[in-house]
Design a binder for this molecule. Sequence first.
Ligand code: PLP
Length: 438
Amino acid sequence: MKSLKNSFDLLEKAKNLIPSLTQTFSRSPYTFVEGTFPIYAKSAKGSHFFDVDDNEYIDYLCGLGPIILGHCYPKVDNSITSQLKNGILFSLPHKLEIDVSEQICDIVPSAEMVKFSKTGSGSATGAVRGARAFTKKDKIAYCGSGGVWHDWYAAIISRNQGVPEFNKDLIYPFDYNDFDGLEYIFEQNKNEIACVFMEPTIFEKPQNNFLEKVKKLTHQNDAVLIYDEIVTGFRFSNGGAQELFGVEPDITVLGKGMANGMPLSAVAGKNEYMKIFDDVFFSTTYAADTLSLAASSATISEFQEKPVVKTIWENGTLLMEGFNKLSSENSLNLSFEGYPVRIKVVGKDNKGNDSILLRSLFIQEMVKKGIFLHPGVEYISFSHTSDDIDSTLQAFADSISVLKKASDENNFESYLEGKPSKPVYSVLKSSIHKPNNS
Ligand SMILES: Cc1ncc(COP(=O)(O)O)c(C=O)c1O
């Protein structure tokens, strides 16, 4: 790696201009190892990007997930530029809204109607509002230790300032695979739960028919099942995790993978639920911007025509298996877990506890060799090649001696050349509902 001077100079300017330094907490310097990581990107192509100092990296964050085909993917970029010549945003609806809705309904099993928006959190908030309007109930059962941070009324995580206090009493989180926890929530809030909101999977796999049982219980209680497929949609299979696991929700929230980086999200679902949006004010000026819709149309047709999902599973598997083999051969407490298309970085200290210091040291050593990794989650795109995977594994092999020394000495700090990564948010533990800690 050459210098990072231009990145650091820009950061000094941003300190006076931009609260939290960036627009997205997950992109902030604190997320990575500040001091050893680039801070500003300049350009990208395929599976690689360049920072403002012209250092080149293999990109395993893919713009926080949306770059599913690869950066500057010609078919998508051509679709955007040809639409650009005809106008961006009109005073009337545009045919592309119908075309992309049809494409989504063709490939997402539970989709019969579609409403577009610009951000995943906007669509998640809209879906919850629709479910509340449909059921005329207010409370939400939220699954997953991720917290409801994707809803604008995220009350149960850190960084929840500005959310009215009463909102906390409306959100009932339960753990993934904890069916008893959900049963308990329904028992304690009879006829009050509007919806169960969940990612069909994050990293943990569903056990004991968890997804089927959640669906049944939700419907027995006249609540709406909402899947947040912002990450899993178009990535776990063309039709998302609902297709992979064979369980259809009532409403699905889509985002990241649908337009290869252009800002587009959607709420899709069965007619009976979606009709509620005839009245609910889920409406925004830019939802119909045709550049994003043109990008989405091209992206989805690429999923239909090429083995996109199959390829990212295959390359992700090569990466995961190669990584875990090297790590265990060298007795490192580091592993890649979860799914090949959504990899979780696990690093533990010698007592078996999560070690952010080990994970920080790992990504520090990798970034110095041109491999850009996140300390918690990695994504792979259709443009990543087996050469990229080989280079990544080679970089890991070359990092092992430092990682091993630091682990054996149980002293990661002295090998860290910057500040260790800080979590973007944490779930307020007291908010998780379980029969035994109520
Ligand atoms: C599972 C999930 N849902 C929703 C969101 C929110 O999407 P956006 O950042 O587009 O608002 C994210 C963002 O990372 C996410 O990972």
